[in-house]
Ligand binder design. Structure first.
Ligand code: SF4
Length: 128
């Protein structure tokens, strides 16, 4: 039987979600899927509550909440993380087109778009 604890977990506002699916790939544990046109946390034990999906959502549908939930299950997430690593499609920096294989990428919102920026281009974005 799964143990529940009070912890941080992703909350999805279905009224704001447009089903674009952008949040699916940042979730290494595969906790989010699009079902009937809306993002859903399919298994609470796969959501670690780290919130990597939040920054890429173009509508602000994703937030974190603290509530009673099934504990995060590392053992259940491990094979999903490994499978995603084996088949991932590298994302690129919107500014210099560097691959995430070349430099770490961070999600960024620019003029209403959700995209990625590499750590080499980030200082110029911050300081102009
Ligand atoms: S990124 Fe946001 S709008 Fe798009 S599917 Fe995920 S929660 Fe919905």
């Amino acid at each position: 039987m799964s143990t529940t604890v009070t912890r941080q977990i992703v909350k999805i506002d279905e009224d704001l979600c447009n089903g674009c699916g952008v949040c699916v790939s940042p979730c290494a544990e595969g906790a989010i899927q699009i079902i009937d046109g809306k993002a859903k946390v399919i298994r609470e034990e796969l959501c670690d509550g780290a919130g990597f999906c939040l920054g890429v959502c173009p509508t602000g549908a994703l937030t974190l909440e603290e509530r009673e939930a099934v504990e995060f299950d590392h053992a259940a997430a491990e094979p999903i993380i490994a499978a995603k690593k084996a088949s991932y499609i590298a994302q690129h920096c919107f500014n210099c087109n560097a691959s995430e294989d070349d430099a770490p990428l961070l999600p960024v919102r620019i003029k209403g778009d959700s995209t990625w920026v590499c750590t080499r281009c980030l200082p110029a974005l911050i300081h102009g």
